[in-house]
Design a protein around this ligand. Structure first.
Ligand code: APR
Length: 246
């Protein structure tokens, strides 16, 4: 399977607009756990225990302990060939390339992607619940159980979009989806909205849709060309084909 020849019916040209949506699966080969491949457990926690505004209200110290660990863990995590393949794609397409990620791990930036929308926020950032100012995690005192704002001393919270909250940059995302020629979804299970709906918006606007995932995602019926397997193995080869490199 690993050496199987990859087949695709698509070729990209520089004038094509390509929008990519990534999820936890693209970072799996970098050693980060996905959300739904471990019986609903995320690093031994139920997502509801740590990833909701209610959880933060109930036990801010527990939620901070969880995200502090996730943030510190990132120092040792590196992008994998799937992340780097998307950098090649952006180099070819320039401003016609948009990368939307649900991931908060920063690996797309580390790899070198520029035209990037982090719709679920970022582990590198936090913001003050009182004055709303944003800070880099590296700028604040992370030793406190619930870190406080360097400006007004209010409570800080991780800049993560939790369940029940509205993702960042939805207007820009919708605009990009309406004008895209190709929509690629990589390493995402299709369980979480609104991201799970992007493929449908793109299709309604006549985009061709492509999926790469270890298992069939929930919304696979909306994908024109599906490649089942690991993103780190498939994506570099597919991008070579789409860019006519072989
Ligand atoms: N290559 C490609 N796909 C993979 C790989 C891999 N190496 N490893 C796992 N996958 C697939 C899994 O089969 C699964 O379908 O990636 C998908 C990951 O799905 P989820 O864990 O549900 O992650 P995601 O879709 O990103 O979750 C969306 O849910 O918990 C919230 O806010 C959180 O952003 C997250 C959102």
């Amino acid at each position: 399977m690993m050496n199987a020849k990859i087949k695709t019916k698509f070729k990209f040209q520089k004038k094509d607009r390509v929008t990519v949506l990534t999820g936890a699966g693209i970072s799996a080969e970098s050693g980060l756990k996905t959300f739904r491949d471990n019986g609903g457990l995320w690093e031994t926690h139920q997502v509801e225990e740590v990833a909701t505004p209610e959880a933060f209200e109930k036990d801010a110290a527990l939620v901070w302990r969880f995200y502090r660990q996730r943030y510190l863990q990132l120092a040792d995590v590196k992008p994998n060939p799937a992340h780097f393949a998307l950098v090649d794609l952006e180099k070819f397409l320039g401003d016609n390339f948009t990368l939307i990620t649900q991931n908060v791990d920063g690996l797309h930036s580390k790899a070198g992607n520029k035209n990037l929308i982090e719709m679920h926020g970022s582990l590198q950032k936090c913001f003050c619940l009182s004055c709303q100012q944003k800070f880099l995690m590296s700028e604040i005192n992370l030793m406190k159980k619930v870190p406080s704002c360097p400006v007004c001393k209010g409570d800080l919270r991780p800049d993560i979009v939790w369940f029940g909250e509205i993702p960042h940059h939805m207007d820009e995302i919708t605009l990009r989806l309406r004008h895209t020629n190709y929509f690629l979804m990589i390493g995402t299970s299709g369980y979480v909205y609104p991201a799970a709906q992007f493929v449908q918006i793109a299709r309604l606007n006549a985009a061709k849709t492509i999926g790469i995932n270890l298992e069939k995602p929930l919304n696979s019926s909306l994908i024109d060309e599906f490649h089942q397997g690991k993103a780190g193995l498939f994506l570099p080869k597919l991008i070579d084909c789409w860019l006519n490199k072989n």
